[in-house]
Design a protein around this ligand. Sequence first.
Ligand code: NAP
Length: 330
Amino acid sequence: MQLLYDTDTDPALIRGRRVAVLGFGAQGRAQALNLRDSGVPVTVGLRATSSARAAAAEAGLAVAEPAAAVAQAEVVVVLIPDEAQPAVYAETVAPQLKNHGVLVFAHGFNIHYRRIVPRADLDVVMVAPNGIGEQLRAQYAAGRGVPGLVAVHQDASGQARALALAYAWAQGHGRAGIIESTFREETETDLFAEQAVLCGGLTHLIIAAFETLVAAGYAPEMAYFACLHEVKLMADMIYARGLAGMRESISSTAEFGDYTRGPRVIGGEARAAMQAMLKEIQDGEFAAELAREMQAGAPTLRAERVRARAHLIERVGEALRTRMAGGKPG
Ligand SMILES: NC(=O)c1ccc[n+]([C@@H]2O[C@H](COP(=O)([O-])OP(=O)(O)OC[C@H]3O[C@@H](n4cnc5c(N)ncnc54)[C@H](OP(=O)(O)O)[C@@H]3O)[C@@H](O)[C@H]2O)c1
């Protein structure tokens, strides 16, 4: 896989164009500030009722209603929550965006699953940071950058790829490395990783192991430290040195347990479940289920949040974290 850097981009392509950033949340704030500091004229599009208006104005950014921000701009960056994007595109962006404008996304979901079908005259690209908004801004401000993915969905002008690279430059991605991808690849790998590893896999692995120890009579506090707290130590080592590097740092006992017991936890059944989940992502079944959930007012999400919050691991964890931070248990 080839990485691209600042020298592979043409900053003039973005510097000369007014950009409307819709949203001033995790990504909107970071990207609007990075654009401004890269010399790109930027307007933040926020609803009149938005509590983020004051923060954007205090940061010295121009703020306008979303429709007005889009109408002034040649490039529109959609940085509101994924579930809100289809309605905002239909009601605000499509009617206002100039002919031959550019649409930028930070995640491929709505385009890939055709929940947004952009006008044919538009360039449609993705510039997806490999990091949360806070890191994107902090790295840029420190003269560094986080890596980013770029992809082109629709190239009406013939310049969509060059424009996406210029936008990636303005976000500092060219300092760390820009990876070329597709909307499909980004969306499917992102969903799969969050379901199998980062969110679904990790949380359920922790809970199952915690419950196993507690059911066998071990103290919940011991189970919390062993199965949850130490995850950070392992994740930091894996992040810095890879799996093999981490294994060099652990004891031979831990390493032997890893090789011989790990495959029993993640065995044939878990791998078959991963295959099935990947298929549901690829054939659109997961996206359709999520759309039905949101349309119904998120009943599963609400119920699961309440259930998960009430779990013993949360009460034990809260008390231990308070004590570790030097506070008194509540
Ligand atoms: N979170 C990350 O760091 C991260 C990382 C990579 C990619 N992404 C992608 O970046 C995009 C933005 O995600 P995010 O996490 O930055 O979003 P977010 O923080 O949840 O976005 C909040 C902002 O969106 C505005 N907003 C919400 N609903 C709106 C609506 N219906 N109309 C107009 N404005 C609305 C809010 O304005 P109000 O104040 O008016 O509510 C607020 O300014 C998504 O595509 C996401 O997948 C995010």
